[in-house]
Structure formats: C-alpha cells, structure tokens
Design a binder for this molecule. Structure first.
Ligand code: KIV
Ligand code: NA
Length: 265
C-alpha cells in the first residue's frame, strides 16, 4: 500500500477529490480505519474527552498525546497520521513549540502536526515548518480556547471574527501550512475560505464546501451517548450495541451459561 502524503492531499484538492478524515487514538481502532481506507487519521487532543473523560481538551499532556500517536502510527499502513500539539506545549514561545513538535515526530513516528490558532502562533508555525515538519492549521472553534469563548457554539458569525478568520487562513497558507482545519463556522464562510486557498480545508461543522471532512470517531460510531450536535452524522449506535451484549454476557456468567463445554479445556 502506498502512503498518503501531504502532497497527495494537495493533489486531491486540485482534482476536486474530497478528503476523508477520522480521529483515532488507539491501535485497534486505527487498524480498522486504515483498512477501511481513510486518507488521514488524526490523533486529536479530543482524546482528552473521549479517551480520558476530561470535560475539555486542556488537561491532556504531550506525553499522553505521544502515547496515543505511537499506537495509531503502528496501525496505519496507508493513512497519513497527524497529531494535535496539546494545550500548553506550543503557546509559550516558538522554541518550546519546536521542541514539542520534534518530540512528537521523533517519539511517535507521525507524519505531521496540527496547531490551533492563526497570527498569534505564526512564529511557532514558521519555526516548525522550517524544521521540515508539516503543519495543519486549525481555525474557527478551537477547543483549547474554550474558556476564552465560554461556549462551544458556532464561531465567526459576525463580520469582525469572519474577517480575522479569513486573514488567519491566508497567513497560515503563506507560512507554509499544508492544510487547514475549519471547525464549527458558517458554511458560507468555509466555502469562501476553501475557494480562496490552494491548500485543502478539512471541515467539522463547517459545511459541504470544504475539501474534506473530519469527525471524532467515537461520536461517529455512537459511543458518546447524548452528544448529538447538528454537524454530527452518527453512523452506528455502538453505545447501545455494546450495552446489550455486555448485559447478555453478565447474564451468561451469572447463570452459568458461559463458558459451555466447547469453551473449556
Ligand atoms: O481533537 C480533535 O478531535 C480535533 C477535531 C477537529 C476533529 O481537532
Ligand atoms: Na483537536
């Protein structure tokens, strides 16, 4: 199998071929998703929520991100593996950012990184790209800034924030980012940004005009019970599926129905 690269993604945009991305955090899930043919597996800091049970993405550490990334890299034969730099590992200064970036690349074997923010983190983006590390930008609802926003609602609905986002998108493209993630912004704005950039946009809650789409895999397979935002298409109801068989197993154990004769030595 041939490895998808950042160049592949840029060619896909040029050809008008949509890019399919899901998050992944562990070896078993990443094996299935890679086998299914996902273009990109994103080791998102949403691991903080769906793997560790935190309310926000802020608590997850660089070491924990590296652990998740290592597991996904071992599984991915063709997918490009991207990793989120977690909160606190790159905002201090560009040297700290570069050190964090190098640690993830060296210790996990991932193929690129994602950082939240625009002009504010430009120096860090420059420095990481100068070191030969591919960077995906992330604008719109950037969950590491949740305490600044105060809400997970749609971003850039007003002109000022939309203008800032468009300017940041250009700045990140100029800096050499290979792609841009757009989270929870109006579809019309995402369309405008996607058409104005030569690098691909990957959307989540950013409408149909992005060059690709991403979802948190646990949401997409229905494991995160009760989380049903408009942008989420839930393809499975795995929570209830697992609940049913877990209860069946409990019953089988309690009644002595498991194991049977064929299931013992
Ligand atoms: O951490 C994450 O899951 C993300 C999303 C945008 C998919 O960054
Ligand atoms: Na993230």
């Amino acid at each position: 199998v041939k490895r998808i690269t950042t160049n592949t993604l840029q060619k896909m945009k040029a050809r008008g071929e949509k890019i399919a991305v899901l998050t992944a955090y562990d070896y078993s899930m990443a094996t299935v998703l890679d086998d299914a043919g996902l273009d990109v597996l994103l080791v998102g800091d949403s691991a903080s929520n769906v793997m560790a049970g935190h309310e926000t993405t802020l608590p997850i550490t660089l070491d924990q991100m590296i652990y998740h990334a290592q597991s996904v890299v071992r599984a991915a034969k063709s997918a490009l593996v991207l990793v989120d730099l977690p909160f606190g590992s790159y905002q201090g200064n560009s040297k700290e950012a570069l050190n964090s970036a190098i640690r993830v690349m060296k210790e996990s074997g991932a193929h690129g990184l994602k950082l939240e923010g625009g002009a504010e983190i430009l120096e860090s983006v420059h420095r990481i790209i100068a070191a030969g590390i591919p960077v995906m930008g992330h604008l719109g609802l950037t969950p590491q800034s949740i305490y600044k926003f105060g809400t997970y609602t749609v971003r850039a609905k007003d002109d000022a924030e939309a203008e800032k986002l468009k300017s940041d998108a250009m700045v990140l493209q100029e800096a050499g980012c290979f792609a841009l993630l757009l989270e929870k912004i109006p579809a019309k704005l995402a369309k405008e940004v996607s058409e104005s950039l030569h690098i691909p946009t990957i959307g989540i809650g950013a409408g149909m005009h992005c060059d690709g789409q991403v979802l948190v895999v646990n949401d997409m397979i229905g494991l995160t019970k009760g989380f049903r935002p408009r942008f989420l298409r839930q393809y499975l109801d795995l929570y209830d599926g697992i609940l049913d068989v877990a209860q069946l197993y409990i019953k089988d154990v309690k009644t002595g129905n498991f194991p049977d004769e064929k299931e013992q030595y």
